[in-house]
Ligand binder design. Structure first.
Ligand code: AFP
Length: 338
């Protein structure tokens, strides 16, 4: 018998991973596997359109603008509607909300409503689509707080600490899904030949420190002096503290945070004189990424407090963001708090 067959790695699909995770928690009801299965299906459909975007008439803008003033791209709308359609009939959600819709997305009459709430950014980094740069989708899941019937605003305006799961999809050189249900952060890579997400990054832990900073320095003239001092500090020469740091900025939050999760460092989008409350959206961009990064051992702050402690007042409210390695976020806070 030949013995040089390389050991086949344990084939851990997304479904199997979620089911095994739920088996360890007798209180689990199998709902997550269904919700995450539906999200991953929607993502595969979005990925198919993203990969052929240059070939078919799905690039470019529409004449529509979303609630936060971004011109909507054709792919934005496709992704938004695909995720909604994949999630509206499973019977697990009572309401949804997304970056592309001003108000709540109710479950259509005739479909069963469940006890969970889904918030999502259907296509993050859409300004990079036409340039074929990595983009993504981000999602956040809560339990409903309203008693019954159609979901209410209070269901989507919960502080991030109350999330029961969160994750993101990356549409880049390969397609990845990174998720957390409170028991570690796990990354899966899609094997297009079998259409399955396979576990490629089990139990991701972010380095405590990392010599990479990620910020749009084009905004520097609009920054608060404390922010400018902090970024200047990272660029000074000092071997003992590993400075100067390297600078990386894709311009797709999900891609910049994913790199930060794997390599360490910090991603910042400070408030500035143009984005006085910050640019990024709290409920469907910052909260889910904060949940992932904190569960991987990192930190996420608005410069003064944890992102997930913020009580949302509006669905599309913005916040400054400093996210990444714990020591790097603490350093940023020390500069901002003087
Ligand atoms: P879009 O989805 O509208 O492209 O916005 C992307 C984003 O919200 C986030 O993904 C980026 O990190 C950030 O904005 C980029 O903003 P700047 O272009 O101002 O640097």
């Amino acid at each position: 018998m030949t013995t040089d067959i390389p050991p086949i790695p344990k084939l851990m699909t997304l479904e199997r991973h979620i089911l095994e995770g739920e088996r360890q928690h007798p209180e689990a009801t199998g709902v997550f596997s269904s919700i995450l299965h539906n999200i991953s299906l929607a993502a595969k459909l979005v990925w198919r359109e993203v990969t052929k975007a240059g070939l078919v008439n799905i690039l470019g803008q529409t004449d529509r603008m979303n609630i936060t003033g971004d011109v909507m791209k054709k792919l934005d709308i496709f992704a938004d509607q695909t995720i909604y359609r994949a999630m509206d009939h499973g019977g697990h959600l009572c309401v949804m909300a997304s970056e592309e819709n001003e108000d709540l997305l109710q479950i259509p009459d005739g479909y069963r409503r469940g006890k969970y709430v889904l918030l999502y950014d259907p296509l993050d980094g859409s300004s990079n689509i036409d340039a074929n740069i990595t983009i993504g989708s981000i999602f956040s899941i809560f339990r409903r707080v309203s008693r019954s019937g159609p979901g209410k605003h209070k269901d989507v305006l919960q502080p991030g600490d109350r999330q029961v799961a969160a994750g993101y999809l990356l549409y880049g050189s390969s397609m990845m899904l990174v998720y957390c249900t409170g028991h570690g952060v796990h990354g899966f890579t899609l094997d297009p030949s079998v259409g399955e997400f396979l576990l490629s990054h089990p139990n991701i832990r972010i380095p405590v420190r990392g010599p990479i900073y990620s910020v749009n320095e084009g905004n520097a003239s609009r920054w608060d002096p404390a922010v400018r001092r902090y970024i200047e500090y990272l660029k000074e020469e000092d071997n003992a503290t590993g400075r100067p740091y390297s600078q990386r900025y894709v311009g797709s939050l999900v891609a910049d945070v994913h790199r930060t999760l794997l390599y360490g460092g910090v991603y910042c989008y400070p408030a500035d004189t143009k984005h006085t409350a910050g640019k990024l959206r709290l409920t469907y961009e910052c909260n889910p990424l904060a949940y992932i990064v904190e569960n991987a051992g990192g930190a996420a702050s608005d410069g003064h407090r944890r992102i997930m402690e913020i009580e949302p007042e509006a669905l599309h409210q913005r916040t400054p963001l400093f996210i990444g390695s714990r020591e790097e976020v603490r350093l940023a806070e020390r500069f901002l708090n003087g």
